[in-house]
Design a protein around this ligand. Sequence first.
Ligand SMILES: O=C(O)CCC(=O)C(=O)O
Ligand SMILES: [Fe+2]
Length: 195
Amino acid sequence: MLEVPGLKYICDYISAAEQCQLLDTIDRQVWSTELKRRVQHYGYKYNYQKRSVESSLYLGDLPDWLLSIAKQLYTDKLTESLPDQVIINEYEPGQGIAAHIDCVPCFGETIISLSLGSVCVMDFTHSQTKQKIPILLLPGSLLILQKQARYEWQHGIALRKKDKYKGKEFVRTRRISLTFRKVLGITARNEVQLL
Ligand SMILES: O=C(O)CCC(=O)C(=O)O
Ligand SMILES: [Fe+2]
């Protein structure tokens, strides 16, 4: 884990009961089918084509059930600013996400991903050296990307139905992740003033 500088992993950040409740709440919301995997955007809509977030894409404050987690992350000093944007990703077995670095001009220094549902392996690949480090993500865990892990290493999830990690096989089921970010340059307050 410590092999990727700037990467932190926290097990059991939320309890099994909280995970169930959160999944239930997520499944009562509307999913977008604009990508192969289903997504939900909160706070600001991320434009996948333009790789940008604009003030016109402000969706409103985070709903209470996400704001309470965002506040917890902030009070636990896991991030330097209160997250105001969340993307929820759903991965059915076989689905994944291409290796990428989260938009640098769009989002702040800390990206936090909360995992629910299936266990899965996320691969970190150094942009220059191509060194690859797999990380096992368990439900209820947090993955915190800062410094090199945020800016110099790509992260992605292979399109697979099972993962191998340290000699063990993990069959994937449905996984949901919530990524918490701080949008740069635009604030909710500016947005309100514009209205
Ligand atoms: O599924 C995850 O944990 C990460 C998702 C991700 O990398 C992203 O939304 O940028
Ligand atoms: Fe990402």
